[in-house]
Design a protein around this ligand. Structure first.
Ligand code: FPP
Length: 237
């Protein structure tokens, strides 16, 4: 035992191409501190910003995060507005930096019901993202896996059900993007909650009790290290 030495960081190994995260636990993080739930979402938005930068720095090609589900409209109006406000703030700041930082952005979900201001910001980030190559962050807003599949089924029928599995994949919000390799859910629950139901078919799942605002870069390293220890067989042997 070497006293006074920090515990070595886990050997992370190569990061997967695509990481997906359910950013859960913001409300409980706030409650533990006697703060309103909205303060938890604000802290969660900062964690998202830090983790997105870290993912880009270590060579992750795609990061997909669940920011607001089709079911989250059931939450109190004040909480919904706070999350939309954080998204607005994040996008305004990102617009100035994304090209310099080489971070592209894409939205998964029905954004047509969002405010005109948010829709304009999304159109702007979409447009900027066409100008360069870089790490792509997919933000799921008003997103539900079943809703996505219903929409995809309609589109696929218009296309005459062509192309088999790939044909349906091409009708999803994630068309053209490889499936997530690693799906992380902080916050202690062990379920998918309607997130990437089709795309996560062979994702390695990583659950942790850490609440999202407390999720560190070291914990992402640990998740990637765990991912690299798994044997992915995709149904083979
Ligand atoms: C789940 O935690 C979190 C959400 C429903 C919202 C996530 C939103 C953000 C992190 C901020 C906005 C996002 C961006 C991309 C800037 P919860 O509220 O269900 O937590 P709980 O289970 O502890 O109640």
């Amino acid at each position: 035992m070497l006293f006074g030495k920090k515990k070595a960081a886990p050997e992370r190994g190569e990061p997967p191409a695509h990481i997906a995260i359910i950013m859960d636990g913001n409300g409980r993080w706030a409650k533990k501190r006697g703060l309103p739930r909205t303060a938890g979402h604000a802290a969660g938005a900062e964690t998202f910003r830090r983790i997105a930068t870290y993912c880009k720095d270590i060579g992750v090609q795609y990061l997909t995060v669940y920011a607001f589900s089709t079911e989250n409209w059931k939450r109190p109006k004040e909480e919904v507005e706070a999350i939309m406000g954080l998204l607005d703030k994040y996008l305004r700041e990102a617009i100035d930096q994304m090209e310099r930082d080489r971070v592209k952005m894409k939205f998964f979900g029905d954004t047509s019901v969002l405010s005109p201001e948010l829709r304009a910001l999304i159109a702007r980030t979409d447009e900027i993202s066409t100008h360069f190559e870089g790490c792509q962050v997919n933000i799921c807003v008003n997103y539900g896996g079943r809703d996505e599949l219903m929409r995809a089924a309609r589109l696929w029928s218009e296309r005459g059900f062509e192309g088999g599995e790939q044909g349906l994949s091409d009708c999803l919000y994630s068309a053209g993007i490889p499936d997530p390799d690693l799906l992380i859910r902080p916050g202690g629950e062990q379920r998918l909650s309607n997130f990437l139901l089709w795309q996560a078919a062979y994702a390695e799942l990583y659950f942790t009790d850490t609440l999202w605002p407390d999720f560190t870069n070291a914990e992402l390293d640990a998740a990637i290290a765990e991912y690299n220890r798994r044997s992915r067989r995709f149904g083979g042997i």
